[in-house]
Design a protein around this ligand. Sequence first.
Ligand code: GSH
Length: 218
Amino acid sequence: MTITITAFERSPDGGKGLARDTRVRWALEEAGLPYEVRLVSFRAMKEPAHLALHPFGQIPTYEEGDLALFETGAIVFHIAERHAGLLPDDAKARARAITWMFASLNTVEPPILELATARLLENDKPWSRQRMPLVEDRVRGRFGQLSRRLGDADWLDGGAFSAGDLMMVSVLLRSRSSGLLDEYPNLAAYVARGEARPAYKRAFDAQLAVNTGGPAAG
Ligand SMILES: N[C@@H](CCC(=O)N[C@@H](CS)C(=O)NCC(=O)O)C(=O)O
């Protein structure tokens, strides 16, 4: 059955891979599933046809036959549950991988999003300079905890790469431009390991091609 996802016709990041279709593309690439992409404009995302798929008028969405999903956590979980390579067979290891998926979205992504909002949308406010250290320290708090848990391991559960790592790396990548990730060398190396995966590279290149009209350079 054909899988179709939606992505920005023109991503605000110009193809740096930060738009959330990249994590869905990555999961599909890890699972070896072909997919099609329907590009949508910001205006089209708020129109009835897209709102029928995504009640919040965002990307990405996922369609497979008469199934339509939104929310990257749910989409990646759907893919991971049905195809090898993203969730361990062992029931407990599987439950732990799913836990990391939730942790990435519910515990790590919120302070990163707050930082992005503070930097991009609120930096002209009179209180912005005073608030910024607080926002950055909330990110550092989570990064410190995650860094201690990861330790010297390659992946979060110690053994094989899972959908939990796919989501966590995707979330951490969104903070890289702040420089905070580099304060935690094991987290920076963890993200680099994720980016080095061939499936990630294919996903990245595909979204870059949309935004630049050609494959990634280097
Ligand atoms: N929690 C959602 C967030 C989706 C989201 O924020 N998508 C962004 C692109 S990365 C978007 O569509 N932004 C445009 C908008 O909200 O109008 C998910 O993980 O799928």
